[in-house]
Design a protein around this ligand. Sequence first.
Ligand code: BJ8
Length: 430
Amino acid sequence: MADYRKMWEELDMDLQKHDGLCEVLPMFYEDVYLSQENRPEGMNYFNFVIAEVHGLRIKELQDVKEEGRKVIGSFCVYVPDEVTLALDAVPVGICSGSQFWVPDGEKLLPRNTCPLVKASIGAKISKTCPYFQSCDMVVGETTCDGKKKAWEILGDYMDVHVMDLPQMKREKDKVHWIDEINTYKSVLEEKTGKSLTYENLKEKINLVNQKRKVLKRLYDLRKCDPVPISGKDALLVSQIAFYDDIDRFMEMTNKLCDELEERAKKEEGVFEKGAPRIMITGTPMSIPNWKMHHIVETSGAVVVCEETCTGTRYFENPVKEDGQNINEQFKNLADRYLGINCACFTPNEGRIEDILRYIEEYKVDAVIYNSLQFCNTYAIEYKKVEAALKEKGVPVIMIETDYSEEDTGQIKTRVEALIEIVKDKKGVTA
Ligand code: BJ8
């Protein structure tokens, strides 16, 4: 990585502390990613993105800002990137997935708060996340209690706009969400000094749909047996989708998919044909949270799908492109976004339907329900998901964990037991 210290200094980062983070990430990445055998060549681009995660992309964001454009951070897949892009701003997903930031988060939040929330606050107050430091504004949302209250704290440190997400999906909730999208548009218009136009929004709705299509293409290739790409690599691509330059991301992911298609034709996989196929469902996995995938894929199974916000919830269902005016476009946006099935909603039967559908589509042998510690909505929803899976005879375990490595051995034992059940069922020896 080139020397970015001057840029980090200008971003008012704590350089000494940041050095600590820069020291651990490459070793960790090498252990989890570069140790994999038979990786697709196309993953080299994503290796490069990670190597430059606090470098080149941040430099690009500074260049954008110099042009007078704004950088807008968000933490949730309900925030409509289409509106951000249509106002010529650059959206970046900034949920934090590292234990490194948790102790700082705990200085302001109770210990029994979800690690994603603690790490996000910790990343900001420790001044060690150049994405946070680059943002002109962040957009929070009223999903879970932890996040809602965290935005109040974050507001002491930077400009925060909160979108009031309904928690039910009735017609009046949709009307409310359209209104919230409108409010977000007005806030951003003021911030950017630009006005939203029908044409701009049309173009960006199409652009984000194209990005969804590329991710769907990648996920569809994971339906093959043998799987041409590891779950870890697919997760990495999804995570990078949240902050990379969109056009470049689509180009490089399409290239990767071309290669994977060739592999699939030759039945060339990262894992043997017939390897146990695992779906992970639950809370999002932000960079560099690769814990569960690493455990599964070093235990003789492969992750073929994630029903999470760093998985299918991010790209499934395009926004309809037939809106004839901004009102209709907003309605189409609200329809698509309220179609996401997060456990913050009640009832949330759609999530169970999604999970059952993916089990068929991705030929899933077993499910790991992964919930971040202290996330009540996902933890409570487990019972309903478990009952639906039991009825279908699909083995499932629930794992509640955080970003630390302390419980890795324990989790591995449980995952190995699940894989044994699958192997018994499939009659796989070894
Ligand atoms: S749409 S999953 S990104 S809210 S922060 S709810 S883990 S206690 S992240 Fe989420 Fe939007 Fe829903 Fe997806 Fe639980 Fe933690 Fe809350 Fe979390």
